[in-house]
Design a protein around this ligand. Structure first.
Ligand code: ZN
Length: 118
């Protein structure tokens, strides 16, 4: 049996996860926002090399944003599981996720064995 977290622990977890989602969303915002904001003086079409560097930069920013949104999604799933009272059990096999794992990764929704299968 999984010892279910107390109301206090659940509240703490909820705050932790919400904080993490906010943080991640802030970073995603920063990554996806175009840099042509007032104040920045980007000149387009200066040299071909500059343009390529900019495209590559945009691509890696998009990729980083994608990674971050996956992490935010994970935290959201964990949050849902707290609400549903299923926090701490693996979403794939249903067995309890090790306490140490949850302490290190409070947003983990799969046990070590299932996470490794991906
Ligand atoms: Zn599992």
């Amino acid at each position: 049996m999984t010892p279910s977290p107390s109301e206090f622990e659940r509240e703490q977890l909820r705050q932790l996860l919400e904080g993490r989602i906010q943080l991640l969303e802030g970073e995603i915002d920063g990554l996806t926002k175009r840099r042509s904001e007032p104040g920045s003086q980007i000149q387009y079409g200066k040299r071909a090399g500059d343009h390529i560097a900019e495209v590559t930069d945009n691509l890696s920013r998009a990729r980083a944003a994608e990674q971050l949104s996956k992490l935010a999604e994970q935290a959201r799933v964990a949050l849902d599981r707290i609400e549903a009272g299923r926090y701490g059990s693996c979403e794939a096999c249903g067995s309890a996720i090790a306490k140490e794992r949850l302490e290190a990764l409070p947003w983990a929704v799969r046990c070590v064995a299932c996470a490794g299968k991906r």
